[in-house]
Every structure is written in C-alpha cells, then in structure tokens.
Ligand binder design. Structure first.
Ligand SMILES: [Zn+2]
Length: 191
C-alpha cells in the first residue's frame, strides 16, 4: 500500500487542525459520490469548494482508482464525514442503532457532539455512477482498513459504512444497494 501525504489546509470547514479526535472508535467507508472522479479532484473539492462554499466535508483518506492512498488529514485530527442533523427514518433518531451502539455518547447528542469526534473516514473513488470499485481501490481499502484497525486497536465489528451511521445516506452507493458485497469486503479483512 502506498500512502501519499496530501494534507488539506487547516480550515473550520474541512480540517479543523486544532480539534483532535476524542477517541478512535470506528473506521467509516464512503464513496466520493460520482463515478470516475479521481482522488485529487476530491482534494480540490475539499480544499477549495468546501472552504469557499462553507460546506463541512472532508475525510482522513481517499483511495484513487489505481489504488493509491492519499492522506488528507492526520489520524489524530477531526474530519467531517459522518455527522448528521436529520432524522433517520428507521431509528427515528439522528443516528442509526448501529451508530449509537458503536459511538455511544458521540451519537446521542447531535447538538453537542457527533460521531466525527470518534471516527476515521476513508473515501473511495468509483469507476461509474453505480458506485462500482476497481479491484485496485478495493484492495487498497482493505489494506488501509486493516492498517488503521491494527494501529488504533479498532475491532473489525467497528468497520462500517456511512449508511450504517446515517441511515438515509446512499454511501457508498454500491454497498448500500448490495450490503452483501460489504459483508464480503469485511470477511476479507485479516487483522
Ligand atoms: Zn459518505
């Protein structure tokens, strides 16, 4: 696995560098939201568009179509990737049952805190708008997830998708629509 450091500048909307993760409880996987987008396009979006548009969004890592892993934010800092302020239709709360189990207090009081205080976020580039991943992206995602779990003592049960945290989010699209493929991905993780 090749990790390339490409840190986002510090900003309130993407990389609030002064804010450290309170804990590291989970690894949350995402897709970049559009087929064919490259990791550096995503970097540009966070670095320029989000700051200019005052949009809270970022992630610690982004895995390119060729499997290159870009580190946008150091593991110790907060990134904005799995917070919510809308009610989840299933749990009727802001966060899902899974999120409230994994994140505890970080998912109970969304007006005061959020799972972003205790989660590492990985964005994955996708080949198309169905959200299909290249074998290289999938392979690197597995390697990076295992590496983060080992480094921060996170059990595999706490590897989740954005959709598992925020129930109305179609992210990553492929795994939201075909959860069996996410289960397959998790079965392939070897700590
Ligand atoms: Zn997401």
């Amino acid at each position: 696995m090749r990790i390339v450091d490409k840190f986002l500048s510090e900003s309130d909307y993407t990389h609030p560098g002064g804010r450290k993760l309170a804990e590291k409880r989970a690894v949350i996987l995402h897709w970049v939201g559009k087929g064919g987008q490259k990791a550096l396009d995503v970097w540009e979006y966070f670095e320029h568009d989000c700051r200019a548009g005052k949009i809270y969004a970022s992630a610690h890592y982004c895995i390119d179509l060729d499997g290159t892993v870009y580190r946008f934010i150091p593991d110790d800092d907060v990134a904005y990737h799995c917070g919510s302020s809308q009610i989840d239709p299933k749990s009727k709360k802001i966060y899902t049952d899974w999120a409230r189990k994994v994140f505890g207090k970080y998912a109970e009081y969304p007006e005061r805190t959020s799972p972003n205080n205790a989660a590492l976020g990985i964005e994955m580039c996708a080949l198309d708008d169905e959200g299909n991943f290249s074998p290289e992206t999938l392979h690197a995602a597995a390697e990076l997830t295992v590496h983060l779990c080992k480094t921060h003592q996170i059990p595999i049960e706490r590897v989740g998708t954005h959709n598992l945290v925020v129930g109305w989010k179609d992210c990553p699209r492929l795994w939201t629509r075909k959860p069996e493929l996410f289960e397959e991905f998790k079965r392939g993780l070897r700590l």
